[in-house]
Design a protein around this ligand. Sequence first.
Ligand code: ADP
Length: 231
Amino acid sequence: MENQAKKKNWFVAVNGKSILPRLGGAGFIVFEGLDGSGQSTQAAKLVEYLNRPSKKFKLGRPEAHLTKEPTNNLIGGLIRGQLTRNWKTGPECLQLLFAADRAHHLEKEIMPLLEREVIVVSDRYFFSTIAYGSLEISDWQWLKDINRHFPLPDLSIFLKASPKICLERIKQNRFEMELFEKEEALAKIWQGYERLAKEFENVHIIDGERTIEEIFDEIKKIVYAKFNLGK
Ligand code: ADP
């Protein structure tokens, strides 16, 4: 019963309106984009920055927590097995696993932290699975529907970098290419992200082809303005 009451406060993502009550300094921020666009780099930098000791925060510094999808729990492990071709399942099953992993992630990690007024920063969220899923599943509405009960982040930052640049970055750093890491496929996936940016609120698309520090400066400004963190 209590759970039911809580769930009522959850954002129904497809309606495009956040009804998650904002508690103090809490906020939910996600980083999205193509593989190699720099999400992990920027998400980690932001959390490190928010957690740095600082005299600027008179009421105590904000506490920030870094997380990612797919998660490291059981369901996330199944998803990673599929992405690295160790295990095979169909596209619908994969999407449902992503959604199940997300439901668990929200219940066990994200929501309890938000309730404790921690800023939660996630490296990927439902935008990624819809954009990537749309390559193999043409039913866009279904891809959205299976995420319908999940809260919309307060801020979603989409890093825009061309497939060519993303692939160059990936090649330099990874031994194995995952599924989807092809230029043409990535271009199509990016179109999905652009569509999502129009369909949901609180999305910022930013230029991810600059230096890591230039991108981070812009992110800091957006985050500070959004959460009234001051200079
Ligand atoms: P993603 O999480 O989006 O897949 P990563 O943050 O893991 O991407 O970055 C992929 C690689 O590209 C990493 O080696 C990272 O150091 C590098 N990288 C990230 N951002 C930039 C950038 N703005 N310019 C150049 N290289 C970058």
